[in-house]
Design a protein. Structure first.
Length: 77
């Protein structure tokens, strides 16, 4: 998951110290805030996201987030 983007930004910064030929970032779910932060910090990195959720809440959690897998698949609560 990519929420605020902080961990991904730091990890990619560490990888770049080793001079890779290219970096690709993949995640299952992301919040727009984290995606924007990652793109701003590392515009040269290709980013692949399975699903883009609505936003982050006041605690920095993705809304609606992964939640219960059954809820996401079947729309139940």
């Amino acid at each position: 998951m990519l929420a605020t983007g902080g961990s991904a930004i730091d990890a990619i910064s560490q990888i770049k110290k080793r001079n890779p030929k290219e970096i690709k970032f993949m995640c299952i779910i992301a919040a727009p805030e984290g995606l924007n932060a990652l793109k701003e910090a590392h515009p040269d990195v290709d980013i692949f996201v399975g699903a883009l959720d609505s936003h982050l809440n006041d605690h920095g959690y993705i809304v609606p987030g992964l939640g219960d897998a059954g809820d996401r698949i079947f729309g139940t609560k």
